[in-house]
Design a protein around this ligand. Structure first.
Ligand code: THU
Length: 139
């Protein structure tokens, strides 16, 4: 799958964000090693600490459907109301970086933070989470 399609899936997932408290709406689309895409959105809660980020929503949905190896993620987030673009490059929080690390090769896994299908930045997970701790450390 190309970057554009993955970003489109993240923007579409963003439309299902439940974020009445922050108004910051995030969508994420994970490309799994089997070629399928699993999406998620941030889901907030009146008890704020129960909120889940879009990236973890997508990651846990993927694992729960049997996909435990990820290749890439596209993230689209921001406060604006447009559906085809955002005002921010929404970088994944530290907890989400660590969760993605569990199911990815950090040197090859691609993190795309997108404002639109034409305006995005691309990193490896190793760049965003250097010298990481992962499953291999516990073997
Ligand atoms: N959020 C995400 O969905 N992903 C991140 O990596 C950072 C923050 C959400 C959580 C909350 O609903 C809103 O953005 C504001 O923090």
């Amino acid at each position: 799958m190309d970057h554009k399609s993955l970003i489109e899936a993240a923007l579409d997932a963003r439309s299902r964000s439940y974020s009445p408290y922050s108004g910051y709406r995030v969508g994420a689309a994970i490309l799994c090693s089997d070629g399928t895409t699993v999406t998620g959105a941030n889901i907030e809660n009146a008890s704020y600490g129960a909120t889940v980020c879009a990236e973890r929503c997508a990651a846990f949905s993927a694992v729960a459907s049997g996909k435990k190896k990820f290749t890439a993620i596209a993230i689209a987030g921001g406060a604006g109301s447009a559906t085809d673009r955002t005002d921010d490059y929404a970088f994944p929080c530290g907890i989400c970086r660590q969760v993605l690390r569990e199911f990815a090769d950090p040197d090859t896994f691609t993190v795309i933070v997108a404002k639109s299908t034409d305006d995005y930045k691309e990193y490896t997970l190793s760049e965003l989470l250097p010298e990481s701790f992962g499953p291999d450390n516990l073997k």
